[in-house]
Design a protein around this ligand. Structure first.
Ligand code: G3P
Length: 221
């Protein structure tokens, strides 16, 4: 399963990229706005730092505007995936971009039918928002299962990019289903690294080594 970071925060992107954990990045207008700086600089930097796919989102709501913005977004790098909303115009733009070999991520997917239509429009990724479904009392992970079954039935190449991830259990469940990608807020990836027994175990190993060194002062590893 590929891991993308769902952020426009350069510090987090550099940190986890240096650890070799990132296969890509997803952004959206809200994440850009949260950082507060000039989005142009952020887009330039992110596409330079990351080798894998970087989803940059259009803000036009009609087809021709999406096409213009998508082409401009692609100027930031060959690794840019144009992110379009799951609307009739978004699907039309998805079809056009895909037929030109430009990868598209269709976002704001909340039903299996929407995912099916995006796949038929040539999307490289569909982004079902599982946390927002959980928030309204619907089972977000069940949507991932449905999409996985549908895509397998028809051998669609479109990848399931699990978005709106809120906690590490979402990641485990998505991996068990066989989702292609999860895009994670930095806080969730941070939590995935941690386990209290790892810290306790390491503290004990180091304390025992210090004891051993008292008896063998010249010992080095
Ligand atoms: O990429 C966007 C998606 O992950 C949104 O997440 O937490 O705003 O529902 P959230």
């Amino acid at each position: 399963m590929k891991i993308f970071l769902d952020t426009a925060n350069l510090e987090s992107i550099k940190k986890f990229n240096d650890m070799g954990l990132l296969d890509g990045i997803t952004t959206n207008p809200s994440l850009m706005s949260k950082e507060g700086g000039n989005p142009k600089n952020a887009m330039e930097e992110i596409t330079k730092i990351i080798q894998g796919d970087v989803s940059l989102e259009v803000v036009s709501t009609e087809y021709s505007g999406m096409m213009e913005e998508g082409k401009r977004l692609r100027e930031y790098g060959d690794n840019v995936v144009v992110k379009v909303p799951m609307t009739p115009d978004g699907l039309k733009a998805c079809k056009s971009f895909s037929s030109q070999g430009i990868p598209v991520n269709v976002t704001l997917i909340f039903s299996a039918n929407q995912a099916l239509l995006a796949a038929k429009s040539g999307a490289k990724y569909v982004s079902p928002f599982i946390g927002r479904l959980d928030d309204i009392g619907q089972d977000g992970m069940n949507l991932i299962k449905e999409i996985k079954t549908i895509f397998s039935n028809y051998t669609f190449k479109t990848q399931i990019l699990v978005a709106s991830v809120r906690h590490p259990l979402h990641v485990i469940d998505a991996a068990k289903i066989g989702a292609d990608v999860v895009t994670l807020p930095p806080g969730v990836l941070e939590k995935m690294l941690q386990h209290p027994l790892t810290k306790i175990g390491l503290d004990n190993f180091l304390a025992d080594w210090e004891k051993l060194k008292l008896k063998n002062p010249d010992t080095k590893i």
